[in-house]
Design a protein around this ligand. Structure first.
Ligand code: MG
Ligand code: ZN
Length: 548
């Protein structure tokens, strides 16, 4: 175990010396080594090395690890043992590049093998529409699929099959996903982007959804500006079978399927772990969507391209919620396990698992909180001395306690103020909410900083914010908390940090290289075991799938 744990550190050290030159070589076309018929790309959104470390430490060493019954081995570790592991840089590449990437740009670079710009979908860095690996696969007669536990119109899946100047144009993305005819299988949330704007009030529109078999939760609201019902269009004009619930997915037939399993994002990992235990999940899991997609797509004799996203690792990272993030990693690893079982005895399929970037600057860290008590050790080097480290290096039991969290920081925020009007909250309310959902407890004093607000003084260059409003007070790196009142979540993370031995560096993304796992024919996967850039990674996948 110690040897294996040492490996990532060694590779990171190599990176410090070698990253820069690796990026410069990005335009070197990789040698066509061998072909595969199918490519499966799995993206853990926000899944950097630290997030993987959380999963691996939990699986291997949490006293009550859910992996205890299965040899404490994650699916990702099985992949690492059977395949290749490398690292990849993620930044927006090209002449107008930047240091840090967002999910839209990163997914576009992964989908096209070309430099892309921040927040753009399926465009190169000059704004030109570019063919994606998914579209190329479709043009060659292969089947294609996109699976995500967020919304199907969210940046990561969108970048593989839509082309828009900005990731926020999700209504347009929904149209392109349906109308292009390029995607056979679409499984995710995000029904609100497909529904007519008056879905709340128009009886005829609501009746259409009843007839399609949609539970009312699915069509509770629309984010469209027009009265198109893209779900009806998908069925009647584009030949899609439709599913809204787990049970419907189980019974689905046909080789074109649109599954919209939530009005917006799908269930979070904590909710999924809970419903899985009691056996009453109404939504399909990421694993179940993955298996259903594989079953449909693998019927195509020409092969397929499938992208599967664990998209909420990133959401937990943004709000600095370590307990939620652990459950998202578990949900993702469960889906990786399904693909691993499907692929392990084949030699015609390439599986690549990577992240689009790291989120949150997460890490376990040692502190001066709860200092360890002195202990007597029997070792012959300790005669006359007691074992008493100066600092708290974190107990492995913390891993179980993170797992025991029963709601996300969003659930805590909802409990304090369901209306999202946080102006007059109290420390006691925040302490109560945290202590209800987290196994780590805080005092009212520890919760007080979550209450603090300051006037928003930013008015530079007439980018004048709502200056009369009060914003939550962040004491450090405040420019890196960009989502308004969601900072309350980040402040919950701060309140819990000392007890959890967890620190966070930002509310956005970091530029750390992300891990790459590759499984498939030996000659195909050996090229992934290096320090690369995502633009190169995409080129390698395309070469493997398309080269003669
Ligand atoms: Mg994403
Ligand atoms: Zn993000």
């Amino acid at each position: 175990m110690t040897n294996r744990q040492a490996i990532p550190i060694t590779i990171l050290a190599l990176c410090l010396a070698g990253c820069h030159s690796a990026v410069k070589e990005v335009n070197v076309t990789p040698q066509a080594i061998s072909n595969v018929k199918n490519v499966i790309l799995m993206i853990g959104d926000g899944m950097g090395a630290q997030q993987l470390g959380l999963l691996e430490e939990y699986a291997r060493r949490a006293p009550q690890s859910i992996y205890n019954e299965t040899g404490n081995k994650t699916a990702l570790t099985k992949l690492a043992e059977a395949g290749q592991v490398g690292l990849s840089l993620t930044a927006p590449f090209g002449p107008n590049g930047s240091l840090v990437v967002d999910s839209a740009c990163s997914a576009t670079q992964l989908a096209t093998g070309l430099a892309a710009g921040s927040e753009m979908i399926g465009l190169d860095h000059n704004g030109n529409i570019t063919e994606t690996i998914l579209e190329k696969a479709k043009a060659q007669g292969k089947a294609t699929g996109l699976v995500s536990d967020t919304r199907i119109t969210h940046a990561t899946p969108a970048a593989f099959a839509a082309h828009q100047p900005h990731r926020s144009f999700e209504d347009k993305i929904a149209e392109q996903l349906i109308e292009s005819g390029n995607v056979d299988v679409l499984f995710s949330g995000g029904a609100r982007m497909f529904l007519p704007s008056d879905i709340k009030t128009d009886a005829k529109d609501r009746q259409a959804m009843v007839e399609l078999g949609a539970p009312s939760d699915i069509y509770k609201m629309s984010k469209r500006k027009d009265n198109r019902n893209l779900i009806v269009e998908a069925k009647n004009q584009h030949g899609y079978s439709i599913a809204f619930e787990r049970e419907q997915l189980n019974k689905i037939t046909g080789n074109k399927v649109l599954g919209l399993f939530a009005n917006s994002g799908m269930d979070d990992g904590i909710a999924y772990s809970a419903c899985k235990k009691t056996g009453n999940c109404s939504q399909p899991s990421l694993r179940e969507m993955t298996l259903a997609a594989l079953e449909i797509l693998s019927k195509d004799p020409d092969g397929f391209f499938l992208m599967i996203e664990g998209g909420q690792i990133d959401w937990a990272g943004h709000i600095n919620d370590a307990g939620w993030m652990l459950h998202e990693m578990l949900k993702f690893d469960e889906a990786v396990g399904a693909v691993y079982e499907w692929i392990k005895d084949r030699n015609d399929t390439l599986l690549v698992v990577t992240a689009d970037h790291e989120t949150g600057g997460f890490g376990f860290s040692y502190s001066r909180n709860n200092l360890p008590k002195e202990q007597l050790l029997k070792g012959n080097g300790m005669v006359g001395n007691k074992y008493k480290p100066n600092f708290n290096f974190g107990q492995v039991e913390n891993l179980d306690r993170l797992y025991k969290q029963t709601g996300t920081f969003y659930d805590m925020m909802k409990q304090v103020n369901g209306e999202r009007n946080f102006t007059d909250t109290q420390g006691q309310q925040w302490a109560d909410a945290i202590n209800q959902y987290s196994d780590f407890k805080v005092t009212v004093e520890q919760a007080l900083p979550i209450v603090e607000r300051e006037p928003n003084e930013y008015q530079a260059d007439d980018h004048s914010y709502l200056s009369a409003q009060q914003f939550p007070k962040v004491h450090d790196f405040k420019e890196f908390y960009v989502y308004g009142d969601e900072i309350h979540g980040n402040l919950i993370g701060r309140a819990l940090s000392a007890e959890q031995n967890v620190v966070w560096s930002t509310g956005t993304h970091t530029a750390a290289p992300v891990p790459v796992y590759a499984l498939g024919p030996k000659d195909v996967i050996k090229q992934f075991s290096t320090m690369q850039h995502h633009v190169e990674l995409a080129q390698k996948m395309m070469t493997a799938l398309f080269a003669e």
